[in-house]
Write a protein that binds this ligand. Structure first.
Ligand code: GLN
Length: 461
């Protein structure tokens, strides 16, 4: 598979790019299932100029694109059509880019393998017996197969970084608010961010500079002037040497696979060789990250998904009365994982339990933010693996929620504290399966993180 980057497509005529994209799709799509729908490229209307002129990209199926379907990988929204476009999609179209199609995902972005999609199973481009990760597995596959140079995914607890890691790609979750969430279908609003999967940090940086902006319709969004005005990463000014990176001194109490431990140690050695200063840290509340994330995110999800009631959006099953219609619609519209999380989220916020679970988790989240802030006053970045294991096989973990949820142990931290984080595809197992490493920075330090990582990718590789 030939991966593509934005630069290699720059200044090529639309028809040339379109026929390359169609060629790649017909070669791979049938087997790998990256997309839920590929849009009709004869109907593409796009700007004739801009910084991304003629550049194709894909959108995860929970990001709105006006007059196109958006199903969130769910039966309940199978025939729902977006009546406006997401802020970030508008921004990219304004610069001349165009959308190839909507990519497969775990239903409502709940999952780590894309096996929870109501429609199909996506395969890993590197080895088709393996999952591409999730929930943005289709997004990662669309880049890994060489169909598009970049994909928009969403990251609530790792769904951009983990599939990037599993497919050997770069994956970026920005600081909470760097990208507007308008037009992103909510899973857990205080964690959700749109993110980017691409082959290089340079492409991620370029796309980020276009997507950033203060959106009057999302009050959590903010303008980062330095990022917004960046043309491309200026390598000359970047010095790796003076930076301090916090690393885990051991994985003793954590179920992390030996292959990931080895890759992590290799990265430590590589950083030492180029004189980056390393200090041992123990990430605050690491052992609470999974319970905390699954309490708070399911509480928010249960509330967000209450809107699918058969009246306002999507599917409606006609029944004798309102209560029956509501119940039946949700029963046939939602899949197993979604129902499980609605139950869990309802339980942890119910009278009698909310003090014990929901409120306690909120308190720990506040403490975590404080403790990480303190940690970031002593280090520039934190290095963690993206996932505790290399890619796993299709079917291997789907029947065990506890094992599957544990895959998110390292990725949920940035979402809990609102920090930016990047997956860097540097290492692989002896069988050729990729293992991504994750760098985390303090909130609003996206520019530093992008620069450091871009330089690192050129230095270590
Ligand atoms: N795997 C995590 C979950 O299942 C993260 C999902 C996400 O980031 N959308 O919730």
């Amino acid at each position: 598979m030939k991966k593509i980057d934005i630069n290699s497509l720059m200044n090529k005529p639309f028809d040339t790019i379109r026929s390359t994209v169609s060629g790649t799709i017909s070669k791979y799509e049938k087997k790998y299932n990256a997309f839920i729908e590929i849009f009709d490229m004869d109907k593409v209307t796009k700007k004739k100029s801009g910084r991304l002129k003629n550049i194709p990209f894909s959108i995860k199926d929970n990001i709105l694109f006006k007059d196109h379907k958006v199903s969130c990988g769910s039966n309940i929204l199978e025939n729902y059509t977006a009546n406006y476009s997401a802020y970030v999609v508008e921004k990219l179209l304004e610069e001349g880019a165009y959308v190839v199609g909507r990519t497969n995902m775990d239903e409502f972005a709940m999952g780590s393998s894309t096996e929870n999609s109501a429609y199909k199973i996506t395969r890993n481009p590197i080895n088709s017996d393996y999952v591409p990760g999730g929930s943005s597995g289709g997004a990662a596959a669309s880049v890994g197969l060489g169909i598009v140079p970049f994909a928009l995914g969403t990251d609530t607890g790792g769904s951009v970084r983990q599939p990037a890691s599993f497919c050997g790609l770069c994956g970026y979750k920005p600081t909470y608010g760097l990208f507007s969430r308008r037009g992103l279908v909510a899973l857990a609003s205080s964690f959700d961010q749109i993110g980017i999967i691409a082959n290089s940090i340079d492409d991620i940086a370029l796309v980020t500079s276009i997507m950033n902006g203060k959106d009057p319709y999302d009050l959590s969004s903010y303008l980062d002037r330095e990022i917004n005005e960046m043309e491309h990463i200026n390598y000359r000014g970047i010095n790796l040497k003076g930076k301090i990176v916090g690393v885990l001194n051991n994985f003793d109490d954590l179920p992390v696979s030996q292959k990931v431990r080895d890759a992590y140690q290799k990265m430590i050695n590589d950083l030492e060789k180029i004189n980056v200063t390393l200090v041992n840290i123990s990430p605050p509340f690491l052992e609470y990250s999974i319970p905390l994330y699954y309490i708070l995110s399911t509480a928010e999800a249960a509330s967000n998904l209450a809107r699918y009631d058969g009246i306002k959006y999507g599917l409606r099953r006609e029944e004798k009365n309102y209560q029956k219609m509501l119940t039946k619609t949700r029963e046939i519209g939602f899949g197993k994982e979604v129902k499980k999380r609605i139950l869990l989220g309802t339980y942890v916020t119910a009278a009698g339990y909310k003090d014990e679970y929901y409120k306690k988790a909120l308190k720990i989240r506040a403490l975590m933010k404080k403790n990480y802030e303190a940690l970031f006053s002593t280090v520039d970045f934190i290095l963690l693996p993206t996932a505790p294991t290399p890619p796993f096989k299709i079917g291997e973990k789907i029947d065990d929620s506890v094992v599957m949820y544990y895959n998110d142990v390292f990725t949920v931290i940035p979402n809990i504290i609102g920090s930016p984080a990047l997956t860097l595809p540097i290492y692989e197992t002896s069988e050729g399966l990729p293992i991504g490493m994750q760098l985390i920075a303090s909130a609003k330090n996206d520019m530093d993180l992008l620069k450091f990582s871009a330089k690192l990718m050129r230095t270590i590789k």
